[in-house]
Design a binder for this molecule. Sequence first.
Ligand SMILES: [Zn+2]
Length: 57
Amino acid sequence: MKARCPECDAEVKIPDDVIIGEIVSCPDCGQELEIVEITNGSVKVKVAEVEGEDWGE
Ligand SMILES: [Zn+2]
């Protein structure tokens, strides 16, 4: 299966046995992506929120 990285628009390979909530990382930009939806071989992801980290904004 495949998803599209929301950060850099690269194609990300997703294992067939992936489950919702799983985190994959984009091979291009390294962004961590959370699986939010799986429909008929098409996978929707969003940028994973990093919890417990303060980026000092
Ligand atoms: Zn990316």
